[in-house]
Design a protein around this ligand. Structure first.
Ligand code: PXL
Length: 277
């Protein structure tokens, strides 16, 4: 069985980061080790929250794992709480990466044109250095614009999307960049990708006109799980887009839906069926 380590926070309530990545990767049939970067009472969109920083636990965990010869097929990083923590996560990648490791960096730091609460502007250039360690990066439009120092625009033409993706691949040297939150036709929302070899791809699903929190984490977890399972980037992209759209549909259908995250749990059977038909 393949084994991933995912490095991100535990938002105790909020349906994001580890509480989403862990069940999604388990459904993908992948053993999932976790390195929690921080424990928050809830994600940073809650009006207030506790934050226990676990930066100083990361390298001791890594050192014990190294002494036990534990290896990973993939290292997948998400929300990281501080610039110092990025440096330590970067050291973690250096400790465990081999020629065969797939390093996925979701630069989870911003949405809707703004950085998440608590991040200084300098966080962006630090996150860019982590992206430079990745095989695949998965920014949304806000994160991509920040990483490239471009002004944020909610919509982008196809040529702008291609330009952004070219910029990302060029400046991070990642094998592939996947840009989420791209809309090319009315009523559809999807993701576009560009590989180092110049191959461009776009997949879309139905666009539900509502802003949902945490969908980037669902998308990143599915694409990582699918790639580790051996799917092509195109198939992984299509699956992640469909899963995210299904999460949105199920959430809108729920009269008791919560404001802070999507009903991804109800979409897990669909993910399982698509991976093991
Ligand atoms: O969904 C991304 C995310 C993860 N973790 C924390 C967050 C957010 C987004 O706001 O605040 C703590």
């Amino acid at each position: 069985m393949k084994r991933i380590v995912t490095i991100q926070d535990i938002s105790c309530i909020g349906r994001c980061s580890l509480t989403a990545a862990l069940p999604i990767l388990s459904v993908c049939g992948i053993e999932t080790a976790v390195v929690p970067t921080a424990v928050l009472s809830g994600h940073t969109a809650f009006p207030d929250f506790t934050f226990r920083d676990l930066t100083d636990d990361i390298l001791p965990i890594a050192e014990v794992w190294r002494s036990q010869n534990i290896t990973f097929d993939s290292i997948y990083t998400g929300y990281i709480g501080s610039e110092r923590q990025i440096e330590i996560v970067s050291d973690f990648i250096d400790m465990f990466r081999t020629d065969k490791t797939l390093v996925v960096v979701d630069p989870a730091m911003a949405d809707n044109g703004v950085l998440y609460k608590g991040f200084p502007d300098a966080f962006v250039s630090k996150m860019k250095t982590l992206c430079q360690k990745a095989d695949i990066i998965l920014p949304n439009m806000t994160e991509a614009c920040l990483l490239l120092g471009r002004p944020y625009r909610e919509t982008a033409s196809e040529s702008e999307v291609r330009k952004i993706l070219h910029g990302l691949v060029e400046e991070t040297h990642a094998d592939a960049a996947v840009l989420t939150g791209v809309s090319r036709e009315a009523g559809h929302l999807g993701a576009a990708s560009l590989c180092k070899d110049g191959s461009y791809d776009y997949c879309s699903g139905i666009w539900y006109p509502e802003r949902f929190h945490g969908t980037g984490d669902m998308f990143a977890s599915v694409i990582t799980g699918a790639l580790v399972r051996g799917l092509s980037l195109h198939d992984a992209l299509a699956l992640a887009v469909d899963f995210t759209a299904e999460c949105a549909r199920l959430t809108l259908e729920d009269p008791d839906r919560r404001w802070y995250g999507v009903n991804f749990e109800q979409a897990l059977p669909m993910l399982m069926r698509r991976l093991d038909p």
